[in-house]
Design a protein around this ligand. Structure first.
Ligand SMILES: [Zn+2]
Length: 298
């Protein structure tokens, strides 16, 4: 296996790291991966993850719900209901934050295309990109939505979009700084960048430590916090305009964290931790399991 051995912090360039723990890949391989943080800026990442070209095998699990549509079990019922609700919330959030009712939208890592088709039906001009061939086929078969493979990102002209969205995608992207540069290039000067990622300083992350399901190693390479996310944005010419909590993620992540540890009554235990996490994040959004960040160009 070719590994992504990080020698320089992608955020600040520092070369000294602290070992934060070891997390297990519960989905696909059962392997352990080291969690590291930069001694200078605190940016947290997965060390020695497989390189992008070899990561495919680590998505090969029927459990990886976001790319499938199997309606089985309590977790899936919960997931699909929450998704329906979140789609509406995301769509209205885009319209509110972008100050456009219709515009040119690029959704990167669109998965099976639910969000992209929602925006298209609302009258937006939508381009969607997804790496997984089977997910692209799903979007075509079910929504007649043509989704482009990930190399399409290099083919658009500068300033082609009013809004770019990445819903739980950035934590997967190997060439992180290149991606940020490309986002800056593709976005119109008055455009809005919307990025949702898990928060490794959330209440539930602190509660579960290295067993926190949203570490999701090795698929998640980067473990952002509100502080490191803001620094990344500033480094690449963006300013942070807003942060919004995603309280439902705490339930899903907590249940999964319990399930991964094979705890008895994992659903109930996870719901309980999720409830506490959601209440905490109402008071302090920096504790939210995941956050939606709204950026504009400087
Ligand atoms: Zn650093």
């Amino acid at each position: 296996m070719n590994k992504l051995n990080i020698k320089e912090c992608p955020l600040c360039g520092n070369t000294e790291f602290k070992h934060e723990g070891s997390s297990k890949d519960f989905y696909a391989s059962g392997e352990h991966f080291d969690l590291m943080s930069c001694k200078s800026c605190g940016f947290k990442f997965t060390q020695n993850a497989p390189v992008e070209s070899e990561m495919g095998a680590y998505y090969d699990s029927p459990d990886y719900i976001s790319h499938t549509n199997i309606k089985l079990g309590m977790m899936n019922i919960l997931y699909h209901n929450v998704r329906r609700h979140m789609l509406k919330r995301k769509a209205s959030l885009v319209q509110r934050e972008a100050h456009y009712h219709k515009g040119r939208l690029l959704d990167i890592g669109t998965g099976t295309g639910y969000f992209a088709i929602t925006m298209k039906l609302m009258g937006w001009k939508v381009q969607a990109i997804e790496k997984s061939e089977s997910a692209r086929q799903f979007a075509l078969d079910n929504f007649e939505l043509e989704v482009l493979p990930d190399d399409a990102l290099n083919k658009f002209a500068p300033k082609s979009f009013d809004v770019i969205t990445l819903w739980h995608v950035m934590e997967h992207i190997e060439h992180l700084n290149e991606l940020w540069d490309r986002l800056h290039e593709l976005l119109d000067d008055k455009g809005t960048l919307i990025v949702a990622v898990p928060n490794s300083e959330s209440y539930d992350a602190r509660q579960y430590g290295e067993n926190w399901a949203a570490y999701d190693v090795p698929r998640h390479l980067w473990h952002f916090t509100p502080v490191t996310m803001k620094k990344f944005a500033e480094k690449h010419g963006f300013t942070m305009r807003n942060r919004l909590p995603m309280p439902y993620d705490a339930f899903y992540v907590s249940i999964l964290s319990e399930k991964n540890q094979k705890k008895n009554f994992s659903f109930i235990r996870g719901m309980w931790t999720g409830t506490k996490a959601a209440i905490q994040s109402l008071g302090k959004k920096e504790l939210s399991s995941s956050l939606i960040y709204i950026f504009r160009k400087k």
